[in-house]
Design a protein around this ligand. Structure first.
Ligand code: C5P
Length: 218
């Protein structure tokens, strides 16, 4: 097994950005794609740290689950482990913005509208890309327009080896369902389009590509 002895971090699910003790900003990610990848990596012999936002999913067999809430928590959990890892798959839907101030007490309603100021979060994939060395780094892109151009831009900016593009335009692809239609772009710009298939099958394609990468980079 090519992946035995490899230590891979997988991020999955949404992040939760607190506004006050009872409210938060988040997104519709279910974590299914990341969990499928984590499970597949473990089945093929890798040691897997599954750094997960809040989901309703069972922990895949053979993975070490690390639960986090916010983008900042996820950043710390990943960067703590990254020096020991052989690579990472960044599948989480990480918030780009988080409330600039978090109230210690429940915010009371007032007459009129309210404004919540947001600040940028850290880009975990890009930070990992900066200190990547000989590790493999896989990212995801969910695009609504100029898909390939945008995905390729992200691959380069974040110093990824592969970017997996899921299009919101394809029926059956995206967040909630059990199927996905992925396109994988590698660092040389080679584009591989795969059919609409289960997330488990799409995960197996991605892990196949990772195995090929390790075979070439050993
Ligand atoms: O730039 P964008 O958010 O579209 O890039 C998506 C990719 O970057 C995904 O792999 C996602 O997990 C990762 N990402 C991250 N940290 C962020 C934002 C995105 O790791 N703060």
């Amino acid at each position: 097994m090519l992946l035995s002895g490899k230590y891979i971090i997988v991020t999955a699910g949404p992040t939760i950005e607190p506004i006050d003790p009872v409210r938060f900003l988040s997104n519709h990610s279910t974590g299914k794609m990341g969990y499928a990848i984590a499970g597949e990596l473990a089945r093929r012999g890798a040691r897997v740290a599954l750094v997960s936002g809040r989901t309703n999913l069972d922990t895949p067999a053979g993975t070490e689950r690390v639960d986090v809430l916010s983008a900042e928590d996820m950043y710390r959990a990943v960067m703590e482990r990254f020096p020991q890892a052989d690579g990472a798959v960044m599948c989480a839907a990480v918030a780009d913005y988080t409330p600039a101030e978090v109230s210690d007490t429940k915010i009371k309603k007032q007459d009129g509208d309210m404004v919540i100021r947001l600040k940028r979060t850290r880009d975990i994939a890009a930070e990992a890309g900066r200190v990547k060395g000989r590790r493999i780094l896989v990212g995801f892109a969910l695009e609504t327009d100029h898909e390939r151009e945008n995905a390729l831009g992200k691959l380069q900016r974040k110093n990824l080896d592969f970017i997996v593009l899921n299009s919101l335009r394809d029926a059956g692809a995206g967040f909630a369902g059990d199927t996905n239609k992925i396109t994988v772009i590698d660092a040389a710009g080679k584009v591989s389009e795969y059919p609409l298939e289960t997330k488990a099958a799409a995960a197996a394609r991605i892990v196949d590509r990772m195995e090929e990468w390790f075979a070439l980079h050993e």
